[in-house]
Design a protein around this ligand. Structure first.
Ligand code: COA
Length: 253
């Protein structure tokens, strides 16, 4: 267990798990660093073939910690998250996610970089960037419209409507939906099956499946620059304050 991320080794599988349930697994800078560290260790270690990412206690993750956002000095908040986004978007081995409960913000956008996503019926995906005065990240402004079409992407990225597991399955964001109590076992089973396959064939196939790596890298950089500016905006300050004060935000000037 490191800073809200637990790591468990099980044969050729590295299991990463969000473990900050009192904050619905909201991700702090330290947690981004731990995730990036886990991924780079898995990349270097030849005996690790598959990485799984899951949540805990009925929550995948509530996305970026809003306190971290609120307290971020210009440029400061981006570094650990940038390492994580670089690591996950270029990770050469198979990544399998298991999602139950809320998957907010980066909790949904990171799935666009996973190879398989197993979801429970309780999974609820949401991309509230605009409502927080922010812009999409993790390449989602490129990858989501490519996956589901521009108008559906706008429904989630501009209108901010959450979507459930069956909708995500229909979109092709989720590989399969399994019963709540079967999620962990299915995640392990899928990971172990892939870990037993010829690793070089798996690696090359993942590489071939990956969409337009240089365009994705460029989009992540473009989004990050805007995101950093937006974090310092009065719109974002109002949205973060409203969340912690448990009141509706007021964006009228
Ligand atoms: N950052 C910091 N703290 C967070 C958090 C976040 N992203 N998400 C939840 N928390 C905290 C809450 O402030 C609350 O703290 P409190 O007990 O001191 O009041 C605690 O975690 C439990 O959250 P709560 O909102 O009471 O749980 P819920 O089950 O009613 O709702 C969510 C769960 C995830 C829907 C809701 O917490 C939420 O919308 N969180 C913000 C998500 C977000 O905007 N993330 C950023 C995306 S870019």
């Amino acid at each position: 267990m490191t800073d809200g991320i637990s790591r468990k080794r099980s044969g050729a599988v590295l299991e990463l798990r969000f473990n900050r349930p009192d904050r619905k697994n909201a991700i702090t800078s330290a947690m981004y660093s731990a995730l990036a560290g886990g991924l780079s260790e898995a990349e270097r270690d030849e005996s690790i073939r598959v990485v799984t990412i899951a949540g805990s206690e009925g929550s995948f993750t509530a996305g970026n910690d809003l306190r971290d956002f609120q307290q971020a000095a210009p440029g400061e908040a981006e570094r650990p998250v940038a390492h994580f986004l670089e690591a996950i978007s270029t990770f050469p081995k198979v990544l399998v996610a298991g999602v139950a409960g809320p998957a907010v913000g980066v909790g949904t956008t990171m799935l666009l970089h996973c190879d398989l996503v197993i979801a429970a019926p309780s999974a609820l995906f949401s991309l509230p960037f605009v409502d927080l005065g922010l812009v999409p990240e993790a390449g989602s402004s490129l990858l989501l419209p490519r996956l589901i079409g521009r108008q559906r992407a706008a429904k989630h990225l501009i209108l901010g409507e959450p979507f459930d597991a069956e909708t995500a399955f229909g979109y092709g964001l989720v590989t399969e939906v399994v019963a709540e109590d079967a999620l962990d076992a299915r995640l392990r089973e899928v990971a172990e099956r892939i870990a037993a396959k010829p690793p070089e064939a798996v690696r090359l196939t993942k590489k071939l499946l990956r969409e337009d790596p240089s365009a994705v890298r460029q989009r992540i950089a473009d989004e990050s620059a805007l995101f950093g500016e937006r974090l310092q905006s009065p719109e974002a300050a109002e949205a973060f304050a409203a969340f912690f004060e448990k009141r509706p935000p007021n964006f009228s000037r």
